[in-house]
Structure formats: structure tokens, C-alpha cells
Design a protein around this ligand. Sequence first.
Ligand SMILES: *[C@@H]1O[C@H](CO)[C@@H](O)[C@H](O)[C@H]1NC(C)=O
Ligand SMILES: *[C@@H]1O[C@H](CO)[C@@H](O)[C@H](O)[C@H]1NC(C)=O
Ligand SMILES: *[C@@H]1O[C@H](CO)[C@@H](O)[C@H](O)[C@H]1NC(C)=O
Length: 382
Amino acid sequence: MLTTTLLSLSFLSLLPSSSSYDLVREYSGPTFFDRWDFYGSWDNLTLGDVWWLDRSSAFRENLAYVDQNNRVIMKVDNVTDIPFNEKRNSVRITSQDWYGVGSVWIIDLTHLPYGCSVWPAFWSKGPQWPDNGEIDIIEGVNLMGANRYALHTLPGCSQPQGVLQTGVPGVTDCSQPTGCFVTETRPDSFGEAFATAGGGVWATQFDVAGIFIWFWNRANLPRSILEATSTSSIDISEWGPPSASYPAPVCDIPRFFSAQQLVFDITLCGVWAGIPSEYDPQCSNAGQTGRCYNDNVVGPGSPKYDDAYFEINYVRAYTTGGPAPTATPSSGWVYPNGSSTAMTLPTATGVFSGARNPIDTSPNGVASLGMSCQFVSWSGLI
Ligand SMILES: *[C@@H]1O[C@H](CO)[C@@H](O)[C@H](O)[C@H]1NC(C)=O
Ligand SMILES: *[C@@H]1O[C@H](CO)[C@@H](O)[C@H](O)[C@H]1NC(C)=O
Ligand SMILES: *[C@@H]1O[C@H](CO)[C@@H](O)[C@H](O)[C@H]1NC(C)=O
């Protein structure tokens, strides 16, 4: 009884601090790519077997474009025959806009990349990792049936037990290599099922009260999402329990999270999709060797990578209160009050020539390079 009372009291104080948000940016249609930087490097983050092309190469190779239905496509190369010891081309983009605590991001998609070796993600990051936090909104590997959420932070941030969410909690310490993760339980959140259901929508609230993520498949979109337009504000008060909840008292959000940039990427194999404990149960029969790189990345791209693409209706960013900015600087912090200012931190992105990186000598990308960044040493768990 006492416990129940304490819990409900603490949940009251954990309620998000605002329910009405003003639109500050929509990314969609022909202008979608205007405010994103292409990574232009091999995958030095998760050690996947891809080259994330620079902008002009990605457009030239048709790995990033807007289709005849005004949907944004980002995909893995499925037309090139890749020789052994080479990587396959793909896309990673980072928003030029930064979003502070007090933001909501909504993404509507009709298709997510999937298939053996495929590892897509839609996530956010600060300038330094993990010091400035990471929020994984859409992420999964191989033929996984459900999306996985996670936060990555320095030690000191965790997800409390018994939190109000519909997803299933996993590791709760956000500084662990896996991050503090939650697995989606609502239907159709990943893979072929997501596409068959006509896709769906994720909404992320990045607030002083906590970080909360919702998912709805196409058939179950709430009215506020269905009625939202490219200019309207949004009321989140009727969304119900989130799929994943990371309430603030147990994780001091402004301490562990700086303003965030949004990121899309698709990699292949690497330190999650490619490790045997993850790859083998779903995909060891995908080819002759039973190895992620050899059986997928190498050789023809089709039909293996025909489903390795994002198809996006829009990404919308909102902030609490205040007027929307009339002109946000091309790289600036967007404050919760909707005003923005020139950015003083490095963007940690760049456009490179796409030349092959001489230090990459490991075809399966895992062995010799050390684990230097995001998703560090998943293999340490097995
Ligand atoms: C990855 O490569 C990019 C481009 O060369 C570079 O800016 C970045 O610092 C590298 N990151 C790591 C973790 O090595
Ligand atoms: C690549 O995949 C797309 C669907 O994503 C498909 O339409 C196309 O035919 C494939 N390309 C080849 C060469 O098979
Ligand atoms: C918005 O917040 C920032 C940071 O707190 C502040 O510097 C700025 O003056 C505020 N702008 C408005 C219009 O209130």
C-alpha cells in the first residue's frame, strides 16, 4: 500500500512538463536533404562493412532521393557486385539542426531497412559520445521482429524498475555497452511486418521530466498525429503510456543530455548485427559460410538488399511554448522556447571524398580496429 502510494506520487511528478508543442521544423519531400550532412566515411562507429557516402556520391548512386510519391528514400546499394575485402555503399546523415531539452520529434515512415546483416537506426546524439547522451529511437538488426529503444550516457543515469511503459525493459543502466534498452511490444514495429502494416509513427519527447518514446502502427495512429499538418502545433496529452519511459529523477536529463542532432544510418554486420550470438539464430542459413560479411555484403546486392531502405513521409520537430523561429541559423541550438542561436560546438560531421580508408583492412570490420565509439563492445556481452 505504502509502495503503491509512493509510486503513484512519483509518477505524478514524472508527468511530462508540457503537453502542447509548436512545430519548429519539418523535413519532408524535395527539401528533406537540405538540412542534413552526409557522413562521408567508412563506418568507424559500429565497424560495419559499409561506406557512408558523401552527399554527391549518395545522390549520384541513387542511395538518397525523393521518390515520385514525395517519400524520402535512403538505402543500401543493391546493384553492385562487391568483391571480397571491399565494403558496400550506404547512407548516414546528421541533422544540421540541434534540439535542446524541451523538444518533441515525430517521424512517419512506410518502410524500414531489414534483412540479414542489415542494421538501421534513427537516433540522436550530442557533440561528444557518450558524454552528451544518445537516444536510440528506431533500431534493430537482421530479422528482428520488434524495435529496440535505448539511451546511452555516462554512469549515473538509469531506468527505474516498474516504470510506466508498454515495452519490455532490458538492461537498466544507461552507461552499459547496450545502453538501457526497452523492447517494443506493440505489433509491427520492425522488419517486414512494419512494411506490410503500411509503416507507422514514432514520437520522442526529450524533456526535463524525462525521455519518453511512443510507437503506433498505421492502423492505430492517434487523432493528434492523423490531424497534424506541416505547420500545426501538436497536443501530446492523449497519447497514453509510452513504449519506453526514462523518467527524470533517476536520470537527470539536462546533466546527461546536451542538445541533440538527429541521425539516420544503415550499416551492415558490425558490432551488433554481425556478432554470432545475434546473427546466427536468425541468419546462419543465409549463405554458405554462415558469416555475416561473406554471405551478405560480398557478391550481388539483389535480392539480399532489396528491402534495405528507409521510406519516410516526414520528420517533424517541435518545441514547448514561445513563437517558432522565423529563421534558424544553419547550425544552431534550438531552445525549448523556440529561439535559437549560433552553435559553438563542433558538429562532428563532415563531407569527405569517399576515398577508401587505408586503415581499414578488416573485411568483417570487427577484429583489428578497437572499439572506439557508439555501441562499444557488444561482443563483451557474449
Ligand atoms: C570517423 O571518421 C570521421 C571522418 O573521417 C571522423 O571525423 C571521426 O572522428 C571518426 N570517428 C571515429 C570514432 O574514429
Ligand atoms: C533494388 O531494390 C529495389 C527495391 O528496393 C528494387 O526495386 C530494385 O529492382 C533492386 N535492384 C536490383 C538491381 O535488383
Ligand atoms: C530562449 O532561451 C534562451 C536560453 O535560455 C535565452 O537565451 C533566450 O533569450 C530565450 N529567448 C526568448 C525569446 O525568450
